[in-house]
Design a binder for this molecule. Structure first.
Ligand SMILES: Nc1ncnc2c1ncn2[C@@H]1O[C@H](COP(=O)(O)OP(=O)(O)OP(=O)(O)O)[C@@H](O)[C@H]1O
Length: 551
């Protein structure tokens, strides 16, 4: 039975009508087909690659004249039926292309293996099994590999060693690209690579063969907005021999498929990420699916070298959907994980003390920027009470009433903003954070200052900025790929579909030192109990290829 009470969009309705009117069906059958198409469009927009259908639906869809079975999917019809799954053709193609390309990579002749002595130099032998060394072995011997793990488990440290080892073995040196799905994540990886390179047990010549810069995937592939196609594809592949993608959990099916299609023959790919984090905003749960489908190409690092103790305990309990154990972490007397005991807005306003003091005292930009980034409010939702907009508005009103900011319109000294729209010409991208401050070089005119991965500062007139919003609070979704010393997690007073254990886990793992939670036990428990389920056929596709004697 199809649920009819879902919040269908105008697009869902228009799409369903468009298809049904072009189908070979009439009357009741046409109406049933329209319902199914509407249901599919809705689920697509919720991040599913496809929907599950029963035999009756399957007959209906095939009778419509608008669908083909997967075996004949080269016929260009809008829908594809594969087993009990119904796809939009495009998404079936993405899944298929991705699975075929990765299968081909996993069958590629194994690259030369490093000598144990070389491995020993980077990963000195230990009494216990060293999982970072094991991860390196997989990545060194396979063309396709995944290294997963929570924050601080050493994914970056390990991959830098892998890059050095590969360059030692390569003749001529490998052409390497380092990429991440967002500018913020790229910036963090860049900083981390730089810090790790210095400690490598290799010559300077090898160190120089490891790239210093990290690019976004869109830039790497050559985005040509508004076109959904990239400059680099199967006909115009990337030149790189090896590509490392960090924060791979954020990469959706379409982008991953396009990346794989754009790899040149024989190229290697290493995906880094935390499979327990939120799935991508757009369709798919690619990293989770790939780790499940390809265990021989995946290694999970479990030991965190950055934090342990109660913060880890809290994250694990949430991830394992143990709400009571997680709630207990908040009750134990400790300095790290706690429930908010005071008024939400007053607490947030108070946390801005040092930051606003530095703004007032005209400290240098880097000092102000670091003070702002120490603490961040992360909300589950954007809209509604206790959502990002509500909190930002109320914090601004509070700070204004306390005479700590001077509101006279949208812009004021100390306004933190997040860019919400890419603007390649200005080199400003969705998720970039800027601070509005008086510019001493321009008679204290208000400008918005940004800092890039190299510590370079740039400024823009507020009126020239692409779309942006105040960011005393941001959504957990937007915080992916960032870290803050102190995090305040805010859940609303009523349950909604966004509240899942993956969302909470992602928020918790943004914190380096402390987490404060603003939520009732009931909402917290309901959130930990909800899990993201995405309908995809990706795992199945790997099984089919593996099971097939002809492949
Ligand atoms: N085997 C190890 N022994 C001791 N310290 C380690 C080890 N591996 C990593 N570290 C340290 O742990 C910290 C986190 O490592 P790293 O940044 O590589 O983790 P990560 O998994 O990439 O984290 P994130 O996902 O948060 O970026 C670093 O300070 C690093 O030096």
């Amino acid at each position: 039975m199809l649920e009819k009470s879902l919040a269908f969009s105008r697009l869902d309705n228009a799409f369903a009508r468009f298809l049904s009117q072009r189908s070979a069906l009439i009357d009741d059958q046409q109406r049933a087909f329209e319902d199914l198409a509407r249901f599919m469009s809705y689920h697509q927009s919720q991040g599913h690659n496809c929907i599950r259908i029963n035999q009756e639906h399957k007959s209906l869809v095939l009778a419509s004249g608008l669908a083909v079975l997967a075996e004949q999917a080269y016929t260009p019809l809008p829908l594809v039926v594969e087993h009990d799954r119904l796809y939009l053709h495009r998404y079936w193609h993405y899944e298929n292309q991705l699975a075929l390309k990765i299968q081909a990579m996993t069958h590629t002749r194994q690259p030369p293996q490093p000598l144990d002595t070389a491995l020993d130099r980077y990963f000195p032998p230990t009494a216990e099994i060293d999982w970072q060394r094991e991860a390196a072995k997989i990545a060194l011997t396979q063309c396709f590999s995944i290294i997963t793990g929570g924050p601080g488990t050493g994914k970056t440290t390990t991959v830098v060693k892998i890059l050095a080892l590969l360059q030692e073995l390569a003749e001529p040196p490998l052409h390497i690209a380092l990429a991440a799905p967002t500018g913020k994540a790229a910036m963090r990886l860049q900083e981390s690579i730089g810090a790790n390179k210095a400690a490598l047990p290799c010559t300077n010549a090898i160190k120089q063969l490891i790239p210093e810069t990290v690019t976004t995937l869109h830039r790497l592939l050559g985005a040509t907005p508004p076109s959904p196609y990239f400059r680099h594809d199967a006909d115009n592949p990337l030149v790189h021999d090896l590509i490392v993608v960090d924060e791979a959990s954020m990469v959706d099916l379409a982008l991953m498929s396009k990346l794989l299609a754009a790899l040149k023959r024989g190229a290697r790919l290493i995906l880094l990420g935390d499979q327990d984090q939120l799935a991508s905003v757009e369709s798919g749960a690619v990293l989770t699916d790939l780790t499940a489908a390809l265990p021989l190409h995946t290694l999970e690092l479990k030991k965190s070298h950055r934090f342990g103790g109660i913060i880890k305990e809290f994250a694990v309990a949430v991830n394992q959907q143990q709400p009571e154990a997680a709630w207990q972490c908040l009750q134990k007397p400790n300095e790290t994980v706690s429930l908010l005991a005071s008024d939400l807005i007053s607490y947030i306003a108070e946390q801005q003390n040092n930051y606003l003091m530095l703004v007032k005292n005209e400290a240098t930009f880097s000092v102000i920027y670091n003070a702002f980034n120490r603490f961040q409010v992360l909300c589950s939702n954007h809209q509604g009470k206790k959502g990002v907009r509500d909190i930002n508005y109320r914090v601004e009103q509070k700070l204004f009433a306390q005479k700590r900011i001077y509101l006279s319109g949208q812009w004021y000294a100390g306004r933190p903003i997040m860019i919400t729209q890419n603007n390649a010409a200005l080199h400003l991208y969705n998720g970039d954070i800027g601070l509005c401050l008086p510019d001493k070089d321009q008679d204290n005119k208000l400008m918005v200052f940004f800092q890039d991965a190299n510590g370079q500062i740039k400024k823009q007139l507020p009126s020239r900025l692409p779309a942006c919003e105040t960011v005393f609070a941001m959504t957990i979704h937007k915080s992916q790929g960032s870290e803050f010393e102190e995090v305040l997690l805010v859940l609303p007073d009523t349950i909604n579909p966004v509240l899942t254990k993956e969302l909470l886990y992602t928020g918790i793992t943004r914190a380096k030192k402390t987490i404060t939670l603003s939520a009732s036990k009931a909402i917290f428990t309901a959130t930990v109990s909800q899990k993201i389920e995405r309908v995809t056929g990706l795992i199945d596709k790997f099984k089919q290829v593996t099971d097939s004697p002809n492949q």
